[in-house]
Ligand binder design. Structure first.
Ligand code: NAD
Ligand code: USQ
Length: 399
């Protein structure tokens, strides 16, 4: 199949490209490299060194004997998106190219506007480009489990049956996000549903849990490494806990630390996206997959990292709950359903505990790169205060 990946230079876009190429698909990708720039903006860098996209394309040619077409371009530019879709006319377009950090979107008005305007504009450009240039393309849109928030009832997989005032309907499960970033994904979902209704675009809307890991089976050499962020703004809790352990810093569950999330290994995120691509929905169908394997509270995560650090690396790590910079429920019910992918044959290939061994070993190898950015790891922001930037010296942007 022909697959176009937006956000191909990113944490998940790059391993997905390798995976699809290794499965014999024809792969192209677009990216404007903005995550590299934004991570620099907060004074950080990826834990593992990264090749440039040009070097990555050459490495793929040299080591896999495959050709990867890369377009450097901004999804917010209509002509760029239209031209790439016109040229590629892919069977599937996997849309990963968005600003993906909740904390980044909460820095100030400029970062909130940048996140929502760019994420929603990119998605709308893609929807229109598909309509005009390639209506048969299956859109695989990366959404997020955080769109649902943490309601005090089970979370349905996209839709649920409801009876109200004596009448019944099948409706989208309510969205209650808790950052400007997560809300941008909710708006995307609405736009994808509408495009499906208006023009019959076939779409898989993936509600993805937190992805973790430094490796997938396709990352077989250092040239193929993907990014791994660990700073306060770009690192997810699990990444940060692993880096904190390696650097001898206390692990920082926020607040009471009972907030729960769903997790999926990088390799299994690739497996699920590939299943979606290779098993498209019926023409004109819109379907939703809740995509995660294990759920843990951030305290359980921190405890798992502490034992893995001790058992696998002989590192004695400590947990010290920090103030919570975010506005979120710190104690809540959490039971999302996720059966659709299982029905299609999806099977998790590893557990979070198994992956920790590999993540910690990789981080120990690159310890000097972590040491060099030690000052951006511990929490300094506070989204409850009027000056969220705290002691972060992020230049104020422009709308
Ligand atoms: P990432 O930031 O590493 O990758 C996103 C890529 O998109 C980057 O290379 C970036 O440069 C590119 N990009 C962003 N805006 C662009 C634009 N306007 N034009 C062109 N390129 C652009 O993030 P990731 O972790 O790989 O996430 C990919 C997608 O998955 C995002 O949509 C994110 O919201 C979603 N997601 C990620 C996770 C996770 O845990 N990483 C979980 C759930 C959902
Ligand atoms: N947290 C801590 N300590 C830390 C960092 C975070 O306790 O040092 C807590 C946060 O307060 C939050 C939880 O960990 O309650 C998860 O935060 P996170 O930064 O690990 O993940 P999140 O902000 O939810 O975002 C990540 C990705 C995002 C994706 C999302 C999937 O960055 O792109 O959409 O996970 S989900 O959470 O399912 O919506």
């Amino acid at each position: 199949m022909k697959v176009l990946i937006t956000g191909i230079d990113g944490y998940s876009g790059w391993p997905l490209a390798l995976h699809l190429l290794n499965r014999g698909h024809e792969v192209s990708g677009i990216d404007n490299l903005v995550t590299r720039k934004r991570v620099k903006e907060v004074g950080s860098h990826s834990a593992m060194p990264l090749l440039t996209m040009e070097q990555r394309v050459k490495a793929v040619e040299k080591h896999l004997g495959k050709h990867l077409r890369f377009y450097r371009g901004d999804l917010c530019r209509w002509e760029t998106v239209r031209d790439v879709v016109r040229k590629e006319k892919p069977d599937a377009l996997v849309h990963l190219g968005e600003q993906r950090s909740a904390p980044y979107s909460m820095i100030d008005v400029h970062h909130a506007v940048e996140t929502q305007v760019q994420n929603i504009t990119g998605t709308l450009n893609i929807l229109y480009a598909l309509r005009e240039e390639s209506p048969q393309t299956h859109l695989v849109k990366m959404g997020t489990m955080g769109e649902y928030g943490t309601p005090n009832v089970d979370i349905a997989e996209g839709f649920f049956e409801i009876e109200y005032m004596g009448r019944k309907d099948r409706l989208p499960f309510p969205r209650q996000a808790s950052s400007w970033y997560h809300w941008s994904k909710v708006f995307d979902t609405g736009d994808v549903m509408l495009a499906n209704k208006l023009w019959g675009i076939s779409a898989t809307d993936v509600m993805q849990g937190v992805i973790y890991g430094t490796r997938s089976p396709d990352i077989t050499r250092k040239e193929f490494l993907t990014r791994f962020d660990f700073d306060e703004v770009w690192g997810t809790a699990l990444n940060r806990f692993c880096v904190q352990a390696v650097l001898g810093l206390p692990l920082t569950p926020y607040g009471k630390g009972h907030q729960k999330r769903g997790f999926i290994a990088l390799e299994d995120s690739m497996q699920s996206l590939t299943l979606s691509v290779e098993n498209p929905p019926a023409k004109g169908e819109y379907r939703v997959f809740n995509q995660f394997d294990e759920s843990y509270s951030v305290t359980e995560l921190a405890e798992m990292v502490v034992s893995a650090a001790r058992e696998d690396q002989g590192i004695e790590a400590k947990i010290q709950n920090s103030y919570n910079p975010r506005v979120e429920a710190e104690e809540h019910y959490y039971k999302p359903h996720h059966e659709n992918l299982l029905r299609m044959g999806y099977k998790a290939s590893r557990t979070l505990r198994e992956s920790l061994k590999e993540i910690l070993a990789d981080l120990v190898t690159y310890r000097s790169r972590l040491e060099a950015r030690r000052q951006v790891v511990q929490p300094r922001m506070n989204f409850r205060s009027p000056d969220n930037r705290g002691s972060l010296h992020i230049p104020v942007g422009k709308n």
